[in-house]
Design a binder for this molecule. Sequence first.
Ligand code: AIR
Length: 187
Amino acid sequence: MSTLAGTGHLEREKGDGSPMKSVGIVMGSASDASVMEGAIEALREFGVPLEVRVLSAHRTPDDALAFARDAAGRGIGVLIAGAGKAAHLAGVLAAVTSLPVIAVPIESGGFGGLDALLAMVQMPPGVPVATVAVDGARNAGLLAVRILALSDEGLADAYRQFRDSMAAKVRAADEGIRARYAEGAGS
Ligand code: AIR
């Protein structure tokens, strides 16, 4: 593992020694950060390098476009874009890159996130974005891990372990619930 000079960006290696792709996490405002931390945490659990930015499709459109245009060349493999209200960020990024873009609609204001959800999910044919649930940033991070795992056996192994441990927790809960509500238990 090494730090790329001046970028604060960690370069990690895959099992075959080639550099691991990173994930670009973009949010429309710093006010989205508490939600987007779900994606950051998920990616950190798997040791995936990431870059986090505030870029707005409406307030800093040129910066958002420049970021997306350069992303693949800088080693980013997946983009995650979170925004609320008229949430055009993910679509605008997807318009200028071929990288997979995952959209996180964020609840902000009076519509419970439905405004952002519809803006993100109703992309015109030809410009796909994969939209997760309102405030579903953790799943966006996990989906990015799954995409990177397609070309990274170590990451694929780690993801299999993650699924196994999730299943073990549910089985333990199943056992506990069955014991608690078994006929005759506790009476
Ligand atoms: N936003 C920012 N630029 C374009 C959009 N749609 C979104 C942000 C945030 C909401 O507007 O993603 O969810 C409110 O932003 P702020 O900065 O006023 O808190």
